[in-house]
Design a binder for this molecule. Structure first.
Ligand code: GLU
Length: 479
């Protein structure tokens, strides 16, 4: 539809993909996919000291895990230094930039003087009026120089798609440096050269970049290029309304993956941090989000990241996910936790599906299948202490369970309905309440005080396992 709509996600590979970065990537991607535009990836790795190749891989991995596939080859800024230098030379030739020979000591002195007067520091423009001959001569003599943009007087304004009209007078800025004395172009320069070269139509990024935008618009103007549209995204906060940080817990997308959140839930939740569909639904498939996504519906109100909400959305996604898909993700985790061996994967397929079905409505992450369902794979090693104190206090418990277990041994049709009926009959016969049997039974079979319906659990576990576990629990509590 809109071939000329092109957006980019431009991470600096100095850390793994964090939630704020992921949300920026998601909004760029959703916008591109919703209008039939292109979503490009640009790695901003000009800071060689802090950029790391393995972090590029990690970021790409997290993006793909979220389903954010990019179009075209990723652009690496570190490979484009010559292009930036050529563009700086063009601005110099056109008189839109100039060489600045001020030494750092001179600049420091200028700065200190303005600070003393309680004024905001801006470069004095001392080298602005050097003639090109003077500048050539100073350079030829080996004097180091930076290159500065020559700002035109006037107002820079743009209609931010999220923050509305923003205007900044150029007299509030100074002729900022676009290339350092070591010949390395600065961040602002690289961004604009690339955004022009990559034909970016919309720049969607965090609101912390708003102060960069007037500078960058000045550069677009210096190159006589159309100005892209801007959409700055509101801050992400923690539940205490402070800027989201490590203090709030996990902030890396890879950490949430590790904790067993489904990718579609993370994408769904992050998409809601600043945007909501018109019908205000909260649990959405990615296709539904793309269908309803609209850049101008993004709110400028800071959004709060709440792990509890993510957990809830995650549980909702798990309850809708096909058992096949859950199994695909769960199996490697079960193998890694040594609850299943590679050889058992095929033969246990139906068993796994039965477990998924019985647990899925109660758990909120893939990892919780293992935390709460480990007993489907091995006998409980411990018994929940609180539940023991509550449900195993009657001294007759062992005797009753032993007796009921003998009755269970005679049942051939080991199905939930039959088991329930037999337990209730047995309780009635012996003058017990069904619960007085069910709770200790649950403890013996699962180690927990809560579980899915115990008769279904028994059916899935099968007679042999059930009888053995009752026996083990009795031994455990009598010794
Ligand atoms: N590399 C910048 C960052 O990670 C993004 C620059 C931009 O989107 O213009 O914050």
């Amino acid at each position: 539809m809109s071939d000329n709509i092109r957006v980019r996600f431009a991470p600096s590979p100095t850390g793994s993909l964090h939630l704020g970065g992921a949300r920026t990537a998601i909004y760029n991607w959703l916008f591109a996919r919703s209008v039939g535009g292109k979503f490009l990836l640009r790695i901003e790795d000009t800071d060689v000291e802090r950029s790391r190749r393995e972090l590029v891989d990690q970021i790409c991995d997290s993006l793909l895990w979220l389903g954010l596939n990019w179009d075209e080859e990723p652009v690496f800024q570190s490979q484009r230094m010559n292009l930036y230098r050529e563009r700086v030379a063009e601005l110099l030739d056109a008189g839109k930039a100039y060489r600045c020979f001020c030494t750092s000591q001179e600049l420091e002195a200028e700065k200190n003087a303005t600070i003393k007067q309680n004024k905001a520091y801006r470069y004095s423009g001392k080298c602005r009026n050097l003639s090109s001959q003077q500048a050539e001569q100073l350079a030829a003599q080996g004097n180091p120089f930076t290159v500065r943009i020559r700002l035109e007087p006037g107002v820079i304004e743009w209609d931010d798609l999220v923050y509305g009209h923003i205007a900044v007078n150029n007299n509030e800025l100074d002729d900022f440096i676009i290339q350092r004395s070591n010949g390395i172009p600065v961040y602002q320069m690289a961004v604009v050269v690339d955004d022009i070269d990559m034909k970016i139509s919309h720049i969607i990024r965090g609101e912390d970049h708003i102060p960069n935008t007037p500078k960058q618009i000045n550069l677009f103007r210096a190159f006589d290029q159309p100005i892209p549209q801007f959409a700055h995204l509101p801050l992400l906060l923690g539940t205490d309304n402070k800027r989201l940080s490590k203090r709030h817990g996990a902030t890396g997308v890879d950490e949430y993956r590790e904790q067993g959140y489904p990718a579609e839930a993370v994408l769904n939740y992050l998409a809601l941090l600043g945007w909501a569909p018109q019908d205000e639904r909260e649990v959405l498939e990615v296709g539904e989000i793309i269908e309803q996504f609209n850049l101008t519906a993004i709110s400028r109100k800071a959004a709060v990241f709440d792990t509890k909400k993510l957990e809830w959305i995650s549980g909702e996604h798990l309850s809708r996910m096909s058992a096949q898909k859950i199994k695909r993700i769960l199996v490697p985790k079960l193998v890694a936790s040594r609850l299943l061996t590679e050889n058992e994967i095929d033969s246990q397929s139906d068993y796994l599906e039965a477990i998924i079905e019985i647990l899925r409505g109660r758990i909120r992450t893939f990892n919780q299948f293992i935390e709460w369902g480990g007993y489907f794979f091995r006998d409980p090693k411990n018994y929940d202490e609180k539940a023991v104190a509550k449900y195993w206090k009657n001294p007759m418990t062992e005797q009753r369970l032993a007796e009921f277990s003998r009755e269970l041994a005679t049942i051939n049709d080991f199905t939930a309905n039959v088991l329930e009926e037999r337990l209730r009959q047995y309780a009635e016969r012996t003058g017990l309440k069904a619960a007085e049997l069910i709770h200790p039974l649950r403890l013996a079979l699962t180690g927990f005080g809560i579980s899915p319906g115990i008769f279904q659990v028994m059916e899935i576990l099968g007679k042999k396992n059930v009888l053995r576990r009752i026996q083990k629990a009795i031994e455990h509590f009598t010794t």
